[in-house]
Design a protein around this ligand. Structure first.
Ligand code: HAM
Length: 425
């Protein structure tokens, strides 16, 4: 038997209704905050992620699905392509390619699959789904303002509230900028020098190439060493300090609760200044429901103009797992099951189904070969509210037997009143 590849999975009904509920809710929220949808390709040139996300990150160094294109055209040959492991680099590439900066501030969102070759476990998949947003534009459009950071975080609070998700924690940090980060990196290198030989091979490499990435290490034996390393908060320059204070001031003013976490550096190289994660207790080891931050230098790193930006991506798989039980009410059940009774009744039943569906009644249609008992069984398995019987007498009188499955009550209803009666429940 051929199964779905490891770490990839089928999303089946009824769960897909929860996914649709989540997506419809976030689209509503994005609309309120004036975000517009962007769709970028699912694969990109490998260079985009190497330069954008960073060679030393786990994502680029270990987790990407990369292949060499076999196209016949000279221009395709040997081109290295990669399934997107995240969507920020793609959005910024599109921003540069289509000169979106000429529109001023861009507020973009996306919903779609991402791919990382990670070890699959609960809440961690190789094909997973992200709901993300990016605010990016020339500095003159206000893209650099701490007001944008706070607005984005407030929107996330609203979004989780609307989904009925409580019990989340917003962890907040500033990871500095290209002016103050070099001093921090130097201090990290110095602190690592005497101990790095005892650390894992990844950390030994990181200590030389990109010491900040040492904070991504999950090896238990390395943690006591990492615990003692200097923190970015000690190295923030005046501007970054003021910027971080301004973000927190707005969050305090709008009463968005947060926890400062100066170990939070996020696993991607493009972050500058504000970095954040929302965690949720119910998720277990993979407890980050979403993550994001500012990436003011990313556009330039990809060969574009200066374009400060900030964004986030929610792990949709994890978001769905955090939904409260009550979200199951999003699962719409059939309102009516139509039971054609006897030969020749499929036609009249289909006509009635067509009429009801046009009036927004969710209708399931049986078959004239089914006996009434079987129709009732199917209807109750599908959790339909009503069974509507279409037999010869009913068709002749244009009045139909409508049975409420839960109460057992059965009434005769004229055709023209059926939809209203069903809607009234
Ligand atoms: P990230 O932290 O790598 O950030 O991913 C964001 C979220 O995607 C995570 O918090 C998690 O919920 C989910 N996620 C990541 N990997 C997996 C996986 N293997 N299985 C299931 N869920 C996963 C980014 O991707 C950045 N592009 C976010 C961003 C946007 N920063 C600025 N703008």
């Amino acid at each position: 038997m051929i199964k779905a590849p490891r770490g990839a999975r089928d999303l089946l009904p009824p769960d897909t209704a929860l996914w649709n509920f989540v997506e419809a809710t976030v689209r509503d929220v994005f609309r309120l905050y004036n975000f517009h949808e962007i769709r970028t390709p699912i694969f990109e040139e490998t260079q985009l992620f190497a330069r954008g996300v960073g060679e030393e990150t786990d994502i680029v160094s270990k987790e990407m699905y990369t292949w060499e294109d076999r196209g016949r055209a000279e221009s395709d040959k040997g081109q290295s392509l990669t399934l997107r492991p995240e969507n920020t680099a793609g959005v910024v590439r599109a921003y540069i390619e289509h000169k979106l900066g000429t529109r001023g501030l861009n507020k973009l969102f996306y919903i779609g699959p991402q791919f990382r070759r990670e070890r699959p476990q609960k809440g961690r998949y190789r094909q997973f789904y992200q709901i993300g947003a990016e605010v990016i534009g020339p500095a003159a459009s206000g893209s650099e303002s701490p007001a944008r950071d706070a607005e984005l975080l407030e929107m996330l609070g609203t979004l989780l509230d609307r989904l009925g998700i409580t019990g989340w924690t917003l962890e907040l940090n500033s990871v500095g900028c290209s002016d103050c980060r070099p001093d921090f990196n130097e201090a990290l290198r110095k602190a690592l020098e005497p101990v790095v030989d005892t650390m894992c091979s990844d950390c030994q490499r990181r200590a030389v190439n990109n010491p900040l990435r040492v904070f991504d290490c999950k090896v238990p034996a390395d943690q006591p060493i990492i615990e003692k390393l200097p923190r970015m908060s000690q190295f923030l320059d005046e501007k970054c300090r003021a910027n971080f204070a301004a973000v927190r001031e707005i969050l305090d003013a709008i009463e968005i609760p947060y926890t400062l976490n100066d170990r939070l550096v996020r696993g991607l190289d493009y972050y500058m200044r504000t970095a954040f994660e929302f965690t949720h207790g119910a998720l277990g080891a993979q407890n980050a429901i979403l993550g994001g931050g500012r990436y003011d230098g990313l556009s330039e790193a990809l060969g574009g103009p200066h374009a400060p930006g900030i964004g986030f991506a929610i792990g949709e798989d994890r978001l769905v797992m955090s939904l409260p039980q009550t979200a199951a009410s999003a699962l719409r059940k059939p309102d009516a099951y139509i039971a054609p009774l006897g030969a020749g009744m499929n036609g009249p039943a289909a006509r009635l189904a067509r009429e009801l569906r046009r009036q927004e009644i969710v209708t399931e249609l049986g078959d004239e070969t089914f006996r009434l008992k079987k129709s009732f069984e199917i209807a109750s398995k599908a959790a339909s509210l009503y069974v509507l019987i279409v037999g010869e007498n009913e068709v002749k009188s244009n009045t139909f037997a409508l049975k409420n499955i839960e109460t057992g009550e059965q009434v005769m209803v004229p055709r023209s009143e059926l939809a209203a009666k069903i809607k009234n429940k």
